[in-house]
Design a protein around this ligand. Sequence first.
Ligand SMILES: Nc1ncnc2c1ncn2[C@@H]1O[C@H](COP(=O)(O)OP(=O)(O)OP(=O)(O)O)[C@@H](O)[C@H]1O
Length: 301
Amino acid sequence: MTNTEAAVEVNGLGRTYAGGFEAVRDVSFRVERGEMFALLGTNGAGKTSTMELVEGLSAPSAGSVRVLGHNPFTERAKVRPKVGVMLQEGGFPQDLTAAETARMWAGTLSRPRPHGEVLELVGLDHRANTRVKQLSGGERRRLDLALALLGRPDVLFLDEPTTGLDPESRRNTWELIRGLLLDGVTVLLTTHYLEEAQELADRLAIMHRGRIVTTGSVSDVIAAHPARISFSADREVPALPGTRAVQRQGVRTTVHTGALQETLTALLVWAQQQDVVLHGLDAREASLEEAFLAIAQEAVA
Ligand SMILES: Nc1ncnc2c1ncn2[C@@H]1O[C@H](COP(=O)(O)OP(=O)(O)OP(=O)(O)O)[C@@H](O)[C@H]1O
């Protein structure tokens, strides 16, 4: 493998299920080594169907997938030792304890981390002797992640890794993922938590009905959507440069702008000159969530 080769390269990918339903259509993206790439989308958009092809669990109906330079389906033996996979549903034997599950899994790997170390990494060391069936949903999710990390993967596939986790466990998982990224691990993630993608991802793609409708860096995707300035004033505000839309609700005004700094400066200069107090002034870029909702609506329209 050369150093310029992507960790994951997907070209013109398609997946058609029995009965002819096309769940994935002409999907292409690259995940560079050491990068975190997030695959986002509405329910049923085709994220899991895409992830399963990248993980080599099925062969695509069209297009190609390379993971670390290999076809993950036909060259599974070459790819498998270097990747960690966290599926949406882990499905472990219910009567084993967390430690036994990790030990059993480690037995299938060539260079496993000590199982105690991975349980500690995901904050499950105090539950090591608890049977899987007695773990909470969030604890099982963390056990899934522990198993994905056991083989010291170069590439990690995470399908909704923090679903069902409480806010503190979610933040701890983010810290853990950040640490892995610092160590040079490549991460391909799907999530419904846009804050998670905004916090962690270098680049992302948004899928809708089997296709990628937007892709780019998090800041590029956000920058394409208007920023927002809101305030309450006892006087009507004049037209401000850069404004795309103005909403008024009672005394509260919200200005949507494509040029946050320019619009905000004009507003503040006007307020200063007119001696107007802007109560509750709040100015911010669009969040990834707002961008996502706008993109999903546009895609439906
Ligand atoms: N085995 C299957 N046979 C037929 N259709 C399937 C099969 N698996 C998934 N689908 C369909 O393919 C589409 C994409 O499903 P997929 O699970 O990939 O979406 P997703 O983006 O991961 O959704 P979610 O966010 O809800 O997990 C859905 O319409 C789903 O009903």
